[in-house]
Design a binder for this molecule. Structure first.
Ligand code: OGA
Ligand code: NI
Length: 338
């Protein structure tokens, strides 16, 4: 039998197959431990809270959040169901994800472009699309593991509320109206459950290439470390705080703020001993939304630095090539020829 493409289903792999070996310039080098800012969402002084969120967003582009109100039991249950899902056979995973004619549920290894890509990433991912109607989509999602639908739906409902809270605090800090992100700007969330099995040689592989997300923001839960952010030319390891979520700004946020905030570049490295799992909730605008710098950030000294694009064009450009930052800027900013 030929080997399955899902790395989670490989048994006793002793070395890294050639199609997973990164060219030397992409390989993992040195990384550093640094304190990652922590936002306590239960802080009562709202002005202080939005000022702190603004400061850390501007300096880092990512931060951890505690006292977020998402129940620990629900996060654990979502992680458990996700682990059970990725542990199923390749055939069962594909069968369970093939029920929706609109493809709101997709299982893939590496990237959705697996067949065409030259280099594979050391991960499998499950993608769930919530829009336009979560209730409708859920009925086509996997029935195995048995509690999958119920748990995922509960998690996604709670994450929508949590993401809007964070976006409200960010809007207040930036001086945008409080509801700026509440409608079409956040109505199209996507949920990714990534599974990164242990790898015999982490120095040769990557779980995820260096990238920034084409989201407004992304809210991530990770069980063990592996995520690294690029800041001032250094790769910073994110050691997960128990019960904390990690929030990072995406390109949509960068454009709206006219570059006052930058999308945070990050990647995932693999390890030899522990399978790693992450829950990535990406906040996306609806496809027909106009993405452009907000008038709040435009004046004579600061003309718009980014193009006005419909979100569907914006995201197609950024997704089709998995660009690095420089290439992404060619698509979305005025600094480079289009
Ligand atoms: C992503 C991402 C990080 C992780 O889904 O865009 O960066 O830890 N995930 O899985
Ligand atoms: Ni990302």
């Amino acid at each position: 039998m030929s080997q399955t493409k899902f790395v989670s289903n490989w048994k006793g792999i002793g070395s890294v197959p050639e199609t997973y070996v990164c060219p030397p310039e992409k390989r993992v080098g040195v990384s550093v431990k640094k304190k990652i800012p922590v936002i306590d969402l239960a802080t009562e002084d709202r002005d202080l809270l939005s000022k702190k969120v603004l400061d850390v967003s501007q300096e880092f582009g990512f931060f951890q959040v505690i006292n977020h109100g998402v129940s620990k039991a629900l996060v654990e249950e979502t992680m458990r169901v996700s682990r059970e899902f990725h542990a199923m056979s390749s055939e069962d995973k594909e069968m369970e994800c093939s029920k929706d004619p609109n493809k709101s549920c997709l299982i893939y290894s590496s990237t959705p472009n697996y067949e065409k890509e030259e280099l594979h990433l050391w991960k499998d991912s499950l993608r769930l699309i919530c829009y336009p109607n979560l209730n409708k989509n859920v009925q086509f999602w996997p029935q195995n593991p048995p509690k999958f639908r119920e748990v995922m739906e509960a998690y996604l409902v709670v994450m929508k509320k949590f993401s809007l809270e964070i976006l409200e605090v960010l809007s207040e800090g930036l001086g945008l109206e409080k509801e700026y992100f509440s409608g079409g700007m956040s109505n199209n969330p996507e949920f990714l459950v990534h599974h990164y099995p242990p790898c015999p040689n982490p120095s040769l592989t990557l779980g995820l290439n260096k990238h920034a997300d084409p989201t407004v923001i992304t809210i991530l839960f990770q069980d063990v470390n592996g995520l690294q952010f690029l800041k001032d030319g250094e790769w910073i390891d994110v050691d997960p705080l128990p019960d904390a979520f990690l929030v990072n700004l995406g390109y949509v946020f960068e454009v709206i703020s006219n570059g006052k905030m930058k999308a945070a570049e990050h990647r995932v490295v693999t390890n030899t001993t522990t399978s790693r799992q992450s829950l990535a909730y990406g906040v996306y605008p609806e496809n027909n939304m106009t993405i452009e710098p907000s008038k709040c950030f435009i004046n004579e000294a600061n003309p718009p630095h980014y193009r006005t694009l419909e979100f569907k064009d914006f995201v197609n450009k950024l997704r089709s090539k998995h660009p690095d930052r420089e290439m992404a800027m060619k698509f979305i900013s005025f600094n480079q020829p289009y």
